[in-house]
Design a protein around this ligand. Sequence first.
Ligand code: BF8
Length: 637
Amino acid sequence: MAKEKISAEKLHEICYSCGIETIWQRYDAQDPHCGFGTLGLCCKNCNLGPCRIDPFGEGPQVGTCGANADTISARNLARHAAAGSACHSDHGREIARTLLLFGQGKAPSYAIKSEEKLKKVAGEYGIKIEGRKNEEIAVDLGNAMLADFGKQNEAPVFFKRAPKKQQKIWKNLKIVPQGIDRPIVEMMSRTNIGVDADYKNIMLGTMKTSLADGWAGSMIATEASDILFGAPQAIRSQVNLGVLKDDEVNIIIHGHVPLLSDVIVTATRDEEMLKLAKSKGAKGITIAGICCTANEILMRRGVPVAGSFLQQELAIATGAVEAMVVDLQCILPGLTTVASYFHTKLISTHPKAKFPGMEHIEFEEEKALEVAKEIVTKAIENYPKRDKKKVNIPKEKMELIAGFTAENIFYYLGGKYRGTYRPLNDAIISGRIRGVAGVVGCDNPKIQSSKAHMQMVKELIKHDVLVVQTGCSALACAREGLLVPEAAGKFAGKGIQEVCEAVGIPPVLHLGSCVDNSRILIACTNMVKEGGIGEGIDELPVAGAAPEWMSEKAIAIGWYFVASGALVVFGNEFPVSGSKNMMKYVTEDVEKVTGGKWAFEKDPIKGAHIIIKHIDKKRKALKLGDVMYKSETTKAK
Ligand code: BF8
């Protein structure tokens, strides 16, 4: 008989009492964290150092080369943004390459699942469509997308999608990226010893690098994924560790690139695999995702989500996971420690991401389904090794709706017959919706497990700010029941309630994985094009936030939104706070050049009110009236 289900919190306690080390213990063991690193005041870019600046003004104020706090913190931040842009863009490159391989007939496990998107995007790239087979178009489009990465003197094709006003601003600032790879290489070069020392100039380079991520690398990842795996539609599923089953083979897919996860889902639905699972005593095969690859297969195939970044070790600690299959990004090397207490097989699959202690089964696009079946077979064969005494699957799981995109959002907002953003813009103009906020990004053990996302989002919708989400932030809010239509009646202000009740959508819309932040850029652009709420993204009543950010990818995302004219609120320290000039630049001066800026606020309720105030300021500048309904501010803790 199955054991009584425990709570997720209890599982956490079990880990602690059994001495199973997780991210929270390792985080505590690092306390106090390096103050120089936190402030951005250490430099190890050359062997004159490592150098550090004394934040109290008593010790050295420059490094051995003479670089001061402004230069050092700017260079550090620039390198973070370059690494984040590289990570997302490399993801985009892999999908574009698979599109090409598919067209060449070398990747038979894939298909064109959205012919409409293939043709639309090919048209944007100037590729001939009429009278040609999908495969031929895929070859040309795959090649053209890959060419965007290596361009030397022109912007990637998707830059034409941005509002004219933003394109003009970037041109005047000379921050239109040449290709995708070049600005990343340039950023590494100009932050080397003895190159760029002017913090303002370094920040312009940082914006150029980050723009190449948002408007090209990530956007290619999103569009090519839609072509190969299908353009998402609103879809219902479930989230949290309670989606694991105590009588089935449980396989977790963790990482980011859907090339593997999508094919593994197919393999688990194979009759032969199901028969094998039953022969081992299991009732079936459950597949669930962790991190952004979870979002990819959730929004296209309705696959349930086991958890976000912070839940990866807890998933193994349920004792009920036969295999955790990882590709790349956000995978904790600490997984191997937790797995050593259980029967779980950890399988790495990508040549660029191997982990000591994990079995490696290399994934190849050319024989994707074969590799996927090999992995699923290993998981099934591991099922009899499960120790029932160690199984503790938490009871919590929650319904959610995912699968919103920049293209389908108008449809769900009631524009079915017109195919425009008019209903959204009209709701903003009338004050029924105050504005739109993108709340995205990681979860972080520095903050009480994922609560900041939920608190900020609840406060925003309460004040009639429509929220769009991606990444782990979307999963955190989904666990709290915010991504279902009924959440509008429980948590939203009257204006959002009226909109959601009329069209049956949740007040918080899940737009996908972290590369899908590019969908938010397009949604903003569509709002501008629809008219009536500004000529550029900088004029829209919108803002973004990452209340628990931790990854360098979040820095790149934040910068491409700031460079595109948005306010971005981060919830924990930004590694430039040791330089007054840098802090002033990112929170004030940059607004004069791009219209966007950063704000930092640990308290998620106060963070929500920074956004609300900003949206109201933009509404006033647009001469829009007051919002229709007033809500009370929740008391900040
Ligand atoms: O790319 S939100 S913890 S999983 S980095 Fe990682 Fe952050 Fe999650 Fe997705 Ni994005």
